[in-house]
Design a protein around this ligand. Structure first.
Ligand code: CP
Ligand code: NVA
Length: 308
């Protein structure tokens, strides 16, 4: 069973194959209207369930459109609408859905829910974000970086702010794709040490530098994300903002990175908190390419999972 659960659980060769296929499929579409089907219809006859226990714009729409462009059909389900949200076990839900659909994409809170779904499903399961990781996002980010700057191997990526789920998948990707990652943020919000150790063991240079101005020196890419994630209690908002205020990405910080360094944000962004509008809308920002590439990268992930 080819589940796509995390970047560190998928081999570098398979990840590379997916990134390359995403690029080929994107090029093949050219500038045709977004609703038009691909020439290839590898998902014809396939039904995909897209389950969301948290809000989503990009993940929801890009998966839905991607499945349809490839000739498949999809259904978007909210966790609260399913019996899953009313006491039915994850294992039973996985077994039942496996009788109806060919693949399950799940966005949930605890990683254990995703893992249990994968353990008991007899169809592939894709991680559409958990509290701990967000692998589909980083596949799109690697694709986007390489479109603009060529191979990501050996490049320096700087993560600013909270060492959250998206940061963790970047650390996984550093180990698998062979780039260097510097985290700059306050110590209480450091990324998971186990993920850092694992990426280092694979040869990635992972650094923690508290001073953001020092951290971004030589950066090829600067990344920001929200200071308060969907799973974070709103009661922590004020404390987080106080801890993170010094890590806002603004023009002055971007000016300390390598000339021509890119800026990324998985979105949704909180303008003037983690990043200024000037950076988001500036010439170094590739945030909307990232959003578009969710579509192309996930189409390749779907094909890999289904072996089509
Ligand atoms: N970046 C991302 O996953 O966005 P959504 O929460 O809108 O899906
Ligand atoms: N870190 C954010 C990412 C949203 C796509 C969150 O989990 O809310």
């Amino acid at each position: 069973m080819k589940h796509f659960l995390d970047i560190n659980k998928t081999s570098p060769a398979e990840l590379r194959q997916m990134i390359d296929q995403a690029g080929v499929m994107k090029t093949a579409r050219g500038n045709r209207p977004k609703g038009m089907m691909d020439d290839d219809q590898p998902l014809a006859g396939h039904m995909v369930a897209l389950i969301f226990e948290k809000p989503s714009t990009r993940t929801r729409v890009s998966f839905d459109v991607g499945v349809r462009q490839m000739g498949g059909q999809s259904m978007v389900l909210s966790g609260t609408d399913l019996q899953l949200g009313h006491g039915e076990t994850i294992a039973d839900t996985a077994r039942v859905l496996s009788r109806y659909v060919d693949l399950i994409m799940l966005r949930t809170f605890e990683e254990d829910v995703l893992l249990e779904m994968a353990d008991h499903a007899s169809v592939p399961v894709i991680n559409g974000l958990t509290n701990r990781t967000h692998p589909c996002q980083i596949m799109a980010d690697v694709m986007t970086f390489e479109e603009h700057r060529g191979p990501i191997k050996g490049k320096k990526i700087v993560w600013t702010g909270d060492g959250n789920n998206v940061c963790s998948s970047f650390i996984h990707a550093a180990g698998q794709f062979g780039f260097d990652l510097t985290f700059t943020g306050p110590e209480p919000l450091d990324p998971e040490p186990g993920f850092i150790a694992e990426a280092r063991a694979k040869g990635a240079n992972i650094e923690i530098i508290r001073d953001p101005a020092q951290a971004v020196e030589g950066a090829d890419l600067v990344v920001a994300d929200t200071w308060v994630s969907m799973h974070d209690s709103q009661s922590t908002k004020e404390r987080r903002h106080n801890q993170l205020r010094g890590y806002q990405v603004d023009d002055a910080l971007m000016a300390r990175a390598r000339p021509g360094a890119l800026f990324m944000h998985c979105l949704p962004a909180h303008r003037e908190d983690e990043v200024t509008s000037a950076v988001m809308d500036g010439s170094q920002s590739v945030i909307f390419d990232e959003a578009e590439n969710r579509l192309h990268a996930q189409k390749a992930i779907l094909r890999w999972c289904l072996g089509v």
